[in-house]
Design a protein around this ligand. Structure first.
Ligand code: R2B
Ligand code: URA
Length: 309
């Protein structure tokens, strides 16, 4: 594919470095990663992050801390990991934890929030001279026509018009970017999922919207200007176009990671079937269990990649 060719072109001595595509960056004397409370002069980024091979991102700070603790255990690292420190403790915009070669970071909700984090994360990985990095978004989503609790591995992220693209407004232009994800990684994750008992998983398109309510065809927001029939017609057309779940970050995540040479995947659990309802009425325990599913899959995948069976 065009993406793997691009990847080869950017490999040196067989290593694929994280690259930034900004001619101004190299000339900067210092780079302050403001929203992460890190910087090239204040921190030794290669020493802190040079060994990172897996980056996991997800919306909630609590969940990404829980994932780091889980990974700590799964990697068989020393101690219980309870004292794991938030590397971004100087800011409450995002949180970040490191366990061995695994970095766990929260990104908040929606395209603008994840996009700010990704700009600074990708620069961080570049400054730290990381190579061969795999990045995975683990999240929640609304399913379409599939049982709640199912895990969807995204093959292509699509916009609200079911198009496999992300439109970035730059100055007063609209730049259209590709949202293809890594095919090989998607397949590897799907293979992993089959090795976990009672773990409903499928590969499908993921629709990314700018809003949770009107933007996802919900009838239960503070505003609603369409009928139940229009809602169902839209969601059924999405299903026909191959969409199996809806969330709020996948298109920009796929676009930015693809352009910067990161092998990327999106793995989201579905909390409800949008053909049945709009409100999420799962009990606390079921919600917690569902949210652990993407974490379980990624932990298994990382263990396998590191040769820890
Ligand atoms: C999934 O869940 C959040 C909204 O509830 C949003 O961040 C997303 O993509
Ligand atoms: N996250 C979303 O974006 N939509 C849902 O329906 C559930 C979680």
């Amino acid at each position: 594919s065009s993406r793997s060719m691009r990847r080869d072109k950017n490999a040196y001595n067989g290593k694929r470095f994280v690259h930034v595509k900004n001619p101004y960056l190299d000339a900067m004397e210092e780079d302050i990663l403001y929203h992460l409370d890190l910087g090239t002069k204040t921190h030794n980024l290669p020493a802190m992050f040079g060994d990172v091979k897996f980056v996991c991102v997800g919306g909630s700070a609590k969940r990404m801390k829980a994932f780091a603790l889980f990974m700590h255990k799964e990697l068989g690292l020393e101690g219980g990991g309870e004292d794991i420190e938030d590397i971004c403790a100087g800011t409450d915009r995002y949180c970040m934890f490191k366990t061995g070669p695994v970095l766990s970071i929260s990104h908040g909700m929606g395209i603008p929030s994840i996009s700010i984090m990704l700009h600074e994360l990708i620069k961080l990985l570049h400054h730290a001279r990381c190579c061969d990095v795999t990045i995975i978004r683990i999240g929640t989503s609304g399913g379409i026509g599939i049982a709640p609790g199912s895990v969807v591995i995204t093959d292509t992220a699509v916009d609200s018009f079911f198009k496999p693209q992300f439109e970035q407004v730059i100055l007063d232009n609209v730049v259209t970017r590709n949202t293809e994800l890594d095919k090989e990684l998607t397949e590897e994750l799907f293979t992993c999922s089959k090795e976990i008992p009672n773990f409903p998983t499928l590969i499908g398109h993921t629709m990314c919207t700018y809003d949770f309510y009107e933007g996802q065809g919900r009838l239960d927001g503070a505003l609603c200007t369409f009928s139940r029939e229009k809602k169902l017609d839209y969601l059924k057309r999405a299903y026909k176009a191959g969409v199996r779940n809806i969330e709020m970050e996948s298109t920009v995540f796929a676009a930015m990671c693809g352009l910067c040479g990161l092998k990327a995947a999106v793995v989201c659990v579905t909390l409800l079937d949008r053909l049945d309802s709009d409100q999420i009425n799962l009990s606390h325990d079921v919600l917690v269990e569902y949210q652990q599913r993407p974490q379980l899959l990624i932990a298994k995948f990382i263990r396998k990649q590191l040769g820890l069976r």
